[in-house]
Write a protein that binds this ligand. Sequence first.
Ligand SMILES: [Zn+2]
Length: 86
Amino acid sequence: MYKCELCGTVSAPRTPAQKVILQTRRATYPHHQKVNACWKWIGDRRRFVRTDDPGGVGWECAREALVCESCAKKLKSNGLESLPSD
Ligand SMILES: [Zn+2]
């Protein structure tokens, strides 16, 4: 049992809850030098090396809600749950 965070109704017992994303934001992660420690084969020997983290850009969840099935269907039909693509 849970209370829907959008319509406020309490669900029937043993009803699965849906987690939906309401808002996303753009995230950028900077490049870091020599942060990933690993062993690599270089020639015929294994060497301990530290590789760079390339960083990057993407989308991350800013706001999500635990909702009932009817609210999740409504959000899906409105297209609010889909993440922006690029
Ligand atoms: Zn609801």
